[in-house]
Each structure stands twice: as structure tokens, then as C-alpha cells.
Ligand binder design. Structure first.
Ligand code: E4P
Length: 228
């Protein structure tokens, strides 16, 4: 499983990148608003993220257009920011049509706001490079986000979509809307390719009380060794 950071915060991205396990970044309009982002700085901001993570890490930047032609135009502009930009497109009719067009033009697309197997299958056929099923938002409405993710992982795994994706690259499923380290565990066990996680969850993924307790014991014993 690869780990993407779900944030537009440059300090978080820099810190996570320094840990050596960062495979990419996903952003969305809400995450950009959360850091106080301004419209006229959006493209430059995505460029700064691309510079931090380097050319091998995909950075998803979302189109906020609502019609296929506008999404394609938006997507081409976003893709021109850096070679590792992935255009994030909502799973809707206009989004599917735009994804198809962008894929044909060689632009990788991350289809977002995906909740169901039929949505995921359509996204895959349209040419999405990534599909982002949302786990936490399903839980928010008292549904089972992990069960829905598992169904999508299974259904997508039943077929070969390499003839639909840009350059025949492997279609990858990004477990999104991740709220806990356990979401990551379960997503990995069911075979999701990627988990995109908020920085808070990434920090929790490192931690365990037994690690802390063990470290405290080692440090205490080492002090005894030093005093001997
Ligand atoms: C995915 O790419 C989205 O940006 C994100 O995971 C949404 O998460 P949320 O439901 O916590 O807002």
C-alpha cells in the first residue's frame, strides 16, 4: 500500500515527505480553503506542493468546473502546472465525460466523491487513473464505509482496465476520507492500492502505547547503564 497525504498544508507535506513514506498528495477545495488559500494563488500553490514531493509523487488538484468542456479546460490548465499533477474530477456524468476526454489526451485523472461499485466501474471504464472511494463520509451517514470500499476493491479487481487508462497504467484505488489508523489497516487488508490520510492520522499510524512504554523502559535502563 502507498500512502498519500490528504492536505494542502505545505508544512505538513514537508514533514511527511521527510519521513520517507510519502507516495503522493491529494487536495480538494475544502482542504485549500482550510489553509486560507486564495483563488489567484491556487495554481502556484499546487506547483509548490509538486516541488516539495518531487516528480515521482502524484499530486491531485481538483477541478471545480461543472460541465465537461469546462472540466477538460480546467484539467488541461492544472496538468500544465507540473508533470506529476493528477486532475481530480467528481464522479458525475459531466465528470465521466471529461475524464474520458482528459485520459485520451494523456492527462491522468483521480475520480473523486466515489461511493458505490457502479460509480467506480464507470470511472474505470471512462479512463480514470485513480478512483477515490470515500470511507469516512459513508460512516458519517451511519453506513459502513469500509464495507463499501471492500466491494469496490473486489469489483475493480475482477476486471482488467489497462485498455482504458492513460498509457495502459494500472488503475489504482485510493481509500479516501480516512479518519483513523484502523481505516488504513482495513483498507490494506482488503487490498486498496493507496490510502490518502490527513496528517493527524499519519501521526497516529506511527504510534502505539506499547512502543511508548517499551521506549520508556529502554531509556530508564540505559540511564542505569550510564550510572554504573
Ligand atoms: C480525497 O481525496 C478527499 O480529499 C478526502 O479524503 C475527503 O476526506 P473527508 O471526508 O475527511 O473530507
Amino acid at each position: 500500500m502507498k500512502f498519500f497525504l490528504d492536505t494542502a498544508d505545505l508544512a505538513e507535506i514537508e514533514e511527511a515527505a521527510s519521513w520517507g513514506a510519502l507516495g503522493g498528495v491529494t487536495t480538494n477545495p475544502s482542504l485549500y480553503a482550510r489553509i486560507g488559500g486564495k483563488l489567484d494563488d491556487f495554481h502556484a500553490h499546487i506547483g509548490r506542493i509538486c516541488e516539495i514531493v518531487g516528480p515521482d509523487c502524484p499530486v491531485s488538484a481538483e477541478s471545480v468546473a461543472m460541465t465537461r468542456d469546462e472540466i477538460v479546460a480546467d484539467g488541461l490548465e492544472l496538468a500544465a502546472i507540473a508533470p506529476n499533477v493528477v486532475v481530480k474530477v467528481p464522479t458525475m456524468v459531466e465528470g465521466l465525460a471529461a475524464t474520458h476526454e482528459l485520459a485520451q489526451r494523456g492527462v491522468p485523472v483521480n475520480m473523486t466523491l466515489c461511493f458505490t461499485v457502479p460509480q467506480a466501474l464507470l470511472a474505470a471504464r471512462a479512463g480514470a487513473r485513480y478512483i477515490s472511494p470515500f470511507v469516512g463520509r459513508f460512516d458519517d451517514i451511519s453506513d459502513d464505509g469500509l464495507a463499501q470500499l471492500e466491494s469496490i476493491v473486489t469489483a475493480i479487481g475482477n476486471y482488467d482496465f489497462t485498455d482504458s487508462t492513460v498509457n495502459g497504467e494500472k488503475l489504482e484505488i485510493i481509500a479516501a476520507s480516512i479518519r483513523s489508523a484502523n481505516h488504513v489497516t482495513q483498507a490494506a487488508l482488503m487490498g486498496a492500492d493507496i490510502a490518502t490520510v490527513p496528517f493527524g492520522v499519519l501521526k497516529k499510524m506511527v504510534q502505539h502505547p506499547l512502543t511508548d512504554r517499551g521506549l520508556d523502559a529502554f531509556m530508564a535502563d540505559w540511564e542505569k547503564v550510564q550510572g554504573a
